[in-house]
Design a protein around this ligand. Structure first.
Ligand SMILES: C[S@@+](CC[C@H](N)C(=O)[O-])C[C@H]1O[C@@H](n2cnc3c(N)ncnc32)[C@H](O)[C@@H]1O
Length: 265
């Protein structure tokens, strides 16, 4: 997994782009409740990546620590915050073994990270350990709000992969989020989910195909090279027959969901 993030660091934001107003809404949804309860709060983000969620918080002047196992992803974030990163620390570390003292943070953030390791419980326990009493755990994720052409292309690819004997498994992230929710509830906590931003991305069929061809999504990483290559050839051919113009953009409606859980004081 880490090696793959080294490879895709500079391409990552292309697959999960947030327009500026969306970044702003997400940052507000995270910082507002924390600010209400703590003065000069300090935020920790697990698997901070290229700083899609972290950079707008940093830009507002908050104390912020980001951890990630991929030095390349951290390097992209470092580049983005050059000049505004006075109160920021970026640390190469594993979310399952955090190099911080108990109770060091007022909020811990994790976006698109739980599905990347099976022993996610360790990271959850670590998050609780480093949170101060009354602190917040924020989990966030992007999801498409309706069926769209990008989805249709991926479904067609799934069909071609199936013909070659490979079952493309999707939905691991949503499954994991449900598992984490259950764990939080079993601990007597009260996770609250809210759609904090909605937007529409314009993406062409060519872009959808290129993102798949470059194996930018983690669900593509396990496909054997020969099957990957031949199924994609079929997919490109199908797309050329299906779309009169591969560069004609289609709308993809997106939502960002934030799940907030507050620890007891
Ligand atoms: C899908 S990206 C999400 C990045 C960022 N949170 C976002 O939403 O844009 C997952 C990130 O988690 C990092 N990661 C994977 N396993 C990790 C671990 N055990 N501890 C810390 N970071 C990890 C990866 O290197 C990558 O940067």
């Amino acid at each position: 997994m880490t090696l793959n993030f080294v490879r895709i660091a500079y391409a990552y934001d292309r697959t999960r782009y947030h327009p500026p107003e969306v970044s702003g809404k997400i940052a507000t949804a995270i910082v507002a409740p924390v600010e209400e309860r703590f003065s000069d709060p300090v935020f920790l983000e697990l698997g901070v990546g290229t700083g899609r969620v972290g950079v707008p918080i940093v830009a507002r002047g908050y104390r912020f620590v980001g951890v990630d196992v991929s030095p390349s992803m951290l390097e992209v974030m470092r580049y983005k915050i050059a000049g505004v990163g006075r109160k920021v620390k970026l640390v190469e570390a594993d979310a399952r073994e955090l190099p911080f003292e108990r109770g060091s943070f007022h909020a811990v953030i994790g976006v698109h990270i739980w599905h990347l390791f099976d022993d996610w419980q360790r990271a959850l326990l670590e998050a609780f350990r480093v949170l101060t009493p009354g602190g917040f755990l924020f989990e966030g994720w992007d999801m498409t709000a309706a069926e769209n052409e990008d989805w249709r292309i991926q479904e067609k690819w799934r069909e071609f992969l199936g013909e070659e004997g490979y079952e493309l498994k999707r939905g691991r992230h949503q499954q994991r989020l449900a598992e984490v929710r259950k764990a939080l509830e079993q601990l007597g906590l009260n996770p609250v989910e809210e759609v904090v931003a909605e937007w529409v991305e314009e993406r062409t069929p060519r872009q959808s195909l290129e993102i798949l061809s470059e194996r930018l999504y983690s669900f593509t990483w396990g496909i054997p090279e020969d099957i990957f290559k031949s199924s994609l050839e079929k997919l490109w051919e199908w797309a050329r027959d299906t779309y009169s113009d591969l560069d004609q953009a289609h709308a993809i409606p997106w939502r960002f969901v934030l799940r907030s859980t507050r620890l007891p004081e």
